[in-house]
Design a protein around this ligand. Structure first.
Ligand code: TXA
Ligand code: MG
Length: 320
């Protein structure tokens, strides 16, 4: 895969062209990096599953440039979902909507719904707009990591994860470290009321404050399967222990106020929840590369806001 370290507008036009030719492009979003292909091209979609080693029953999110394109992919959009769209797009939120006729089973894992998102990251936006100018309807992109490994939040991590993969024409767009560092909030909008299938930085508290809509966690999601949310996920090589005192040679992630015991390797000292989320996956990589004995993580001392998403990811990373 060719790395584009400075994705100028011209480079993004080339990347959009590469997508129309069936190539894959790894690009930054405000959450994590995605590995994208033309969502209307089954060969490109098949390549994404293959390169990630991901089962094709695990559906992909379609990234679109703007709301105009939404109706190519989704239909019967409930009122509450329109309100979510107006409030939180572009941004770190994916909606699961009833799919339009003609949307391929390959994208949706055979489900009657489709995951859609308009990202806010400048490079992602520009790429999507250039792709749209060439007639593209959407970019299918899961996180840019091999199946069940940690999502990449830097172009270096994505490049490392796919170092033996890819073919001529595939590109990696460098956009530095992702703003939020954890994957988008996924909201099921195929029922009479919304429910969160994957917590993220768009929280129930934020949704209620901005829209008045109450959105529970995992409620009301009957019939919708989120195959990628299985318990073992997001795992680094290093074994993780939660809220346990670290021993000599162990790595430690804990709030900045927490002192580092002697002989323990401090991996991260987040000052707040945003910093915690942003550095979490990079910290997993650091623990792996420093080959610490194990990684001790002190969870955030809160059960609301983005602490819910952080805990979700850490608990999943620790279970194997
Ligand atoms: O922040 C993100 O969402 C990133 C960036 C690149 O946009 N993407 C991402 O994609 O995390 P991925 O494929 O790694 O995770 C998407 C999750 C998977 O667990 C998948 O099973 C679920 O969304 N999903 C996608 N479409 C779905 C659908 N129609 N119904 C239920 N779950 C769906
Ligand atoms: Mg993923």
């Amino acid at each position: 895969m060719e790395l584009i370290s400075n994705p100028t507008h011209d480079n993004l036009r080339k990347a959009a062209k590469a997508l129309t030719q069936g190539n894959l492009v790894i690009f930054p979003t405000e959450t994590v990096y995605g590995i994208g292909g033309d969502a209307s091209n089954s060969q490109a979609i098949n390549r994404i599953y293959r390169i990630k080693n991901r089962p094709s029953s695990n559906p992909l999110i379609v990234h679109i440039a703007n709301i105009r394109t939404l109706f190519n992919w989704a239909t019967d959009i409930p009122k509450y979902a329109q309100s979510l769209v107006e409030t939180f797009w572009p941004g770190p939120m994916t909606l699961i909507l009833n799919r339009s006729t003609g949307v391929s089973d390959l994208l949706t894992g055979g489900q009657s719904s489709v995951g859609i998102r308009i990202p806010s990251n400048r490079i992602a936006q520009d790429l999507l707009l250039e792709f749209e100018k060439l007639g593209g309807l959407g970019i299918a992109a899961p996180s840019a990591n091999r199946y069940r490994e940690v999502s990449s939040t830097t172009s270096e991590a994505a490049q490392e994860g796919f170092r033996n993969e890819g073919s001529k024409g595939d590109l990696i767009l460098n956009g530095g470290a992702c703003e939020y560092g954890i994957e988008s909030t996924i909201i099921n909008c195929t029922d009479t009321s919304p429910s969160i299938l994957r917590p993220g930085v768009i929280t129930p508290e934020l949704i209620e404050a901005y829209t008045g809509i109450r959105c529970g966690l995992g409620e009301n999601s009957k019939g919708v399967v989120t195959p990628g949310m299985s318990l073992k996920h997001y795992s680094p090589q290093t074994k993780i222990f939660i809220d346990q005192i670290p021993k000599k040679g162990d790595g430690l992630i804990a709030n900045i106020d927490f002192p580092t015991p002697e002989g323990v390797v401090r991996i991260a000292s987040p000052r707040n929840l945003f910093e915690y989320a942003k550095t979490l996956y990079q910290s997993f990589e650091k623990a792996d590369s420093l080959r610490v004995k194990s990684l001790c993580i002190y969870l955030p001392d809160s059960d609301s806001g983005i602490a819910v998403a952080i805990k979700d990811r850490v608990v999943k990373a620790a279970s194997r």
